[in-house]
Ligand binder design. Structure first.
Ligand SMILES: Cc1ncc(COP(=O)(O)O)c(C=O)c1O
Length: 441
């Protein structure tokens, strides 16, 4: 029986993720097509994508090279076992990733999502120290307001209360740095805020409390996205790097949203000129088209495992779909699309225009802060008293009715358009958002 995909007649079976299911199912919002900067809705409208899907379609939608690569690969080699067997496409993609990664990053461990990349990196950190004879280093340090996906390691080091409070006691042996949001000092900052580098020094307090020899790793998002876009204060990431290095603690950058051009450089590590020991990635790796993630490591992290008899597996970790051929082919075609179209450079070029457009919203009703970096932007709204998140959610609904896709988290509107966005499309996105804000209760 042919499925009428434009008009599902029963929405009950699908329990939707991170969604107000009952609200949605009363008044569904369905996308049935996409091309470049736009989605097509089931009622035939063109919606401008202000969020690159979920921060992942950095090259825009339904890009021919990626589509063709997937089709070709599916017909040629659909699947190869990921353990004890290989196929050339995964090796090729790993080399291509390393080509654009910061100097010093030399290895790629494949996963299927950002959450799995985070779990993998946390496990690698603990196992790395053990492999080097420092098995007491098991403690993991995250940060308040951090988002590292939804698995147990990720929510344990993460700092978003709604993502944690329902799920029991989480991992033990975890501490959190303070978040870096200082609205009193940094509100309305364009780009990186002046104040807050000293917040990295809190790591010294955590080290003093537990002893450096108990701490495996610190994980942070270079730019915190899901919590509502927090840009790192000037000097903060450098300071974290100094302190972690001094105490032999690994530094993990969660680059799931900052990777693949979002800041106008391949990775945030290059943008901020700070080299972590590991980087977690996903999303833009395959332009969001096929699930795939990757943990990128330095030579030192990888080499610590390469010991013992050669026939013995060095790391007891991996996924059935690690380096899946079709995902790998999508990854290669995605990286080629970024390169051929100069999309990272384009993001850097258009970022000042994006910044000006965003900050033109200052003074509109309910707007209490605006933040931006690269092609990331956030507009923070004053919450409705007693009804947190409602104002921003109403803005999201009204924006959708006016044919723009934005994203909200708490009472913050977050935007991260595909890197191919034009100035005229920025005008449409921000102009429409201005209209939405003017009419918002
Ligand atoms: C920084 C960061 N880490 C991890 C994740 C989780 O990725 P996924 O949803 O692919 O598991 C996300 C998703 O938004 C993210 O922004």
């Amino acid at each position: 029986m042919a499925l009428d995909r434009k008009a599902p007649n029963d929405l009950n079976a699908f329990w939707m993720p991170f969604t107000a299911n009952r609200q949605f199912k009363k008044n569904p919002r369905m996308f049935v097509g996409a091309k470049d900067m736009h989605y097509t809705t089931s009622d035939g409208r063109q919606v401008l994508d202000g969020t690159a899907g979920l921060w992942c379609c950095n090259a825009g939608h339904c890009r021919p090279k990626i589509t063709e690569a997937i089709q070709r690969q599916a017909a040629e080699l659909d699947y190869a076992p990921a353990f004890q067997m290989g196929h050339p496409v995964a090796f090729e993609l790993a080399n291509r990733i390393i080509e654009i990664a910061p100097n010093g990053i030399e290895h790629v461990f494949y996963t299927n999502s950002g959450s799995e990349s985070v779990e993998t990196a946390l496990k690698l950190a603990i196992a790395y120290h053990r492999a080097r004879g420092e098995g007491t280093r098991t403690r993991l340090i995250g940060r308040e307001r951090g988002y590292h996906g939804v698995n147990f390691g990720g929510i344990s080091v993460g700092g978003i209360v709604n993502n944690r409070r329902m799920f029991g006691s989480l991992l033990g042996g975890v501490d959190h740095l303070p978040h870096t949001h200082l609205p009193g000092q940094n509100a309305w900052t364009r780009g990186m805020p002046e104040h807050g580098a000293n917040l990295a020094d809190e790591l010294e307090r955590i080290v003093a409390l537990h002893g450096a020899e108990t701490i495996a790793a610190v994980i942070v998002e270079p730019v915190a996205g899901s919590t509502g876009v927090l840009i790192p204060p000037k000097g903060y990431l450098q300071r974290l790097r100094e302190i972690t290095r001094k105490h032999g603690i690994l530094l993990i950058f969660d680059e799931v949203i900052t990777g693949f051009g979002r800041l106008g450089a391949p990775f945030a590590a290059q943008y901020f000129d700070v080299l972590p020991d590991m980087m977690t990635t996903a999303k833009g790796l395959t332009n969001g088209v096929i699930p795939m993630g990757a943990v990128l490591t330095t030579g030192a992290v990888h080499d610590a495992f390469m010991q013992g008899p050669e026939h013995v597996i060095e790391l007891f970790h991996g996924y059935t779909y690690s380096g899946n051929p079709i995902a790998s082919a999508a990854g290669i075609a995605t990286l080629e699309t970024y390169k051929e179209e100069g999309l990272f450079e384009r993001a850097a070029e258009i970022a000042p225009y994006w910044e000006d457009a965003l900050h033109s919203l200052k003074g509109l009703p309910h707007v209490i802060d605006i933040r931006n970096l690269g092609l990331i932007g956030a507009v923070e709204l004053d919450p409705i008293a007693g009804e947190p998140t409602k104002r921003a959610f109403n803005a999201f609904l009204s924006a959708y009715d006016r044919n723009i896709l934005i994203r909200t988290t708490g009472d913050i509107i977050a935007m991260s358009p595909p890197l191919m966005i034009s100035k005229a499309q920025i005008d449409t996105l921000i102009g429409t958002l201005a209209d939405v804000l003017k009419k918002l209760d």
